[in-house]
Design a protein around this ligand. Structure first.
Ligand SMILES: [Zn+2]
Length: 306
C-alpha cells in the first residue's frame, strides 16, 4: 500500500534591502601620513561640507604605500576647483586630490558587507533578524491553510484562491476563488481584491449589528484611527495584522491593496511568471511605502509513501 504525503515548503522572500546591489558615488581623497590624521580631520571638519547620507563610509582608509587615504568630501558637494581654493595656503595644498568610489548605501547583509568593504571600508551593523522563525503551532496553522487553499483550486490552473485569516484565532475570515472567465468579464476582479472587499463587508455588518461577525475587533494604533467629519465613525485599517494566503503571487495592483489594508503576512504558492508585486518589485518592503509586511513563497510537494 502506498499513500500520498504532502510536504509544505515555506521560504521568506528577501526584503528590498537584502536585494540591494552595490551602488557607488565619488568622493575626493588625499593621501597623507598617519601622523597628519588629526590635523587633516580638523581641517575637514572646519572647512568642508559634511558627508551626507554616507555615514556608513569610513573616513580613512589604508593606502598601499603605507600612508592613509582620507575622504575630503563628496564630489557631489563641491567642485574640484572649489576644493583646491579651500586647500590653498594649507600644508596639503600640493597634495594630489584624487577621486574614489564609495558605497552609496549601508550594507544590510553580511554578503553585501564583504562586497562593499572591498570597494571602500564601511561600518556594518547586522540587522535585527526579520521574522523568519515560525513556531511549531504557527507552522502547523500555516501549512493547514495552505493545503486548504491548494485543495480549493479547481483543475483550471488559472483560478486564483485567496484566504484571509486571523493569526490569533487561526481561522479563515474571508475566502475567494476567482476564475479566469470571471476576470475576463471584469478585468479588476482579482481574488485578493475580492477577499479584502469581503473583510470590509464583514466589518461593516459587524459594526451595523454590533455582533461578533469577526472574532474580535482588531487593535490598531492611534495613528491608524481616522475620524470622519461626523465624528461618530472610527475606522482602523481593514486587514491590520492579518495573514493572507494565496494560490498565486498577487499582481502589483493586489499587492498595493494588501499594503493599504495593512496585512501582517502574505503566504503564496505560485510565483507570478511575469513577476508580481513581491518577486519583481519587493512591494512588501518598498522603502517609500508606509507599511511593510513579511512575504513567504510556499510550495506543496506530493510524494508517494510506501
Ligand atoms: Zn491582482
Amino acid at each position: 500500500m502506498s499513500s500520498i504525503s504532502r510536504s509544505v515548503g515555506i521560504k521568506r522572500v528577501p526584503i528590498e534591502e537584502e536585494r540591494q546591489q552595490l551602488v557607488t558615488e565619488l568622493v575626493f581623497t588625499i593621501a597623507i601620513s598617519p601622523h597628519q590624521t588629526a590635523q587633516v580631520l580638523k581641517f575637514i571638519g572646519q572647512r568642508l561640507p559634511k558627508l551626507s547620507g554616507i555615514e556608513h563610509v569610513k573616513r580613512v582608509k589604508k593606502h598601499p604605500d603605507g600612508g592613509l587615504l582620507v575622504i575630503m568630501c563628496q564630489c557631489s558637494q563641491i567642485s574640484r576647483e572649489a576644493l583646491s581654493i579651500e586647500l590653498q595656503g594649507t600644508e596639503w595644498e600640493t597634495l594630489e586630490v584624487a577621486e574614489h568610489a564609495v558605497p552609496t548605501v549601508a550594507p544590510y547583509t553580511a554578503e553585501q558587507y564583504d562586497l562593499w568593504k572591498a570597494v571602500w571600508p564601511v561600518s556594518y551593523r547586522p540587522p535585527v533578524i526579520v521574522r523568519t522563525v515560525l513556531s511549531p503551532d504557527d507552522r502547523e496553522y500555516i501549512e493547514r491553510i495552505l493545503r486548504y487553499v491548494a485543495d480549493s483550486m479547481s483543475t483550471d490552473d488559472e483560478d486564483v484562491v485567496v484566504a484571509i485569516c486571523s493569526p490569533h484565532t487561526r481561522l479563515i475570515i474571508a475566502e475567494t476563488t476567482v476564475s479566469q472567465a470571471s476576470r475576463k468579464v471584469h478585468p479588476l476582479e482579482h481574488a485578493a481584491m475580492c477577499c479584502i472587499a469581503q473583510v470590509a463587508g464583514a466589518e461593516l455588518r459587524r459594526q451595523e449589528s454590533a455582533s461578533d461577525v469577526l472574532p474580535a475587533k482588531r487593535p490598531h494604533s492611534p495613528s491608524a484611527v481616522d475620524d470622519d467629519s461626523n465624528g461618530d465613525y472610527v475606522a482602523g485599517y481593514l486587514c491590520e495584522g492579518l495573514d493572507v494566503f494565496a494560490s498565486r503571487e498577487p499582481c502589483v495592483m493586489c499587492t498595493m491593496a494588501l499594503v493599504h489594508s495593512r496585512i501582517g503576512r502574505l503566504f503564496f504558492l505560485a510565483a507570478s511568471p511575469s513577476g508580481g508585486g513581491i518577486s519583481r518589485y519587493s512591494m512588501h518592503s518598498y522603502k517609500s511605502l508606509n507599511h511593510h509586511f513579511s512575504a513567504f513563497q510556499c510550495s506543496i510537494t506530493s510524494t508517494d509513501k510506501i
